[in-house]
Design a protein around this ligand. Structure first.
Ligand code: FES
Length: 125
């Protein structure tokens, strides 16, 4: 998907296996999307820019809405710990909070997240 704001392509269109760090989003219906990791962007921003359904990000990433909820499925060992603020908001998610629950707006993309796999809950609102 082309993003006219920064003149870049995101999503599976430009993915060449083995050449770029990527994260995989899995929708509740099982559809997978590999998205290039852009350092400095949150995972919520990456998903929205790539047109991945199911990540809403209604508060724009200010940790107030919980509509960017994801379940970390693989590769979560390098993620930072959940902060108190994130922990409190994860109690307000529409879909059930589980062990791998995170707010994707609070996770910054970097090369250490290459190969991360997250599942998107069935409902955000
Ligand atoms: S976008 Fe609102 S809490 Fe993450």
């Amino acid at each position: 998907m082309y993003n006219s704001h920064d003149n870049r392509f995101y999503g599976t269109d430009n993915w060449v296996p083995g050449t770029m760090a990527k994260i995989t989003f899995i929708q509740a219906n099982g559809v997978r999307a590999d998205v290039e990791l852009v350092p400095g962007s949150s995972l919520m921003q990456l998903a929205i820019n790539a047109g991945v359904p199911g990540i809403l990000g209604e508060c724009g990433g200010s940790a107030q809405c919980a509509t960017c909820h994801v379940y970390v499925a693989e590769g979560g060992a390098t993620l930072p710990a959940v902060t108190e603020e994130e922990d409190a908001l994860l109690e307000c998610t529409v879909s059930e909070r589980m062990a791998g629950s995170r707010l994707s707006c609070q996770l910054q993309a970097g090369p250490e997240l290459d190969g991360l796999v997250v599942s998107i809950p069935p409902r955000q609102i």
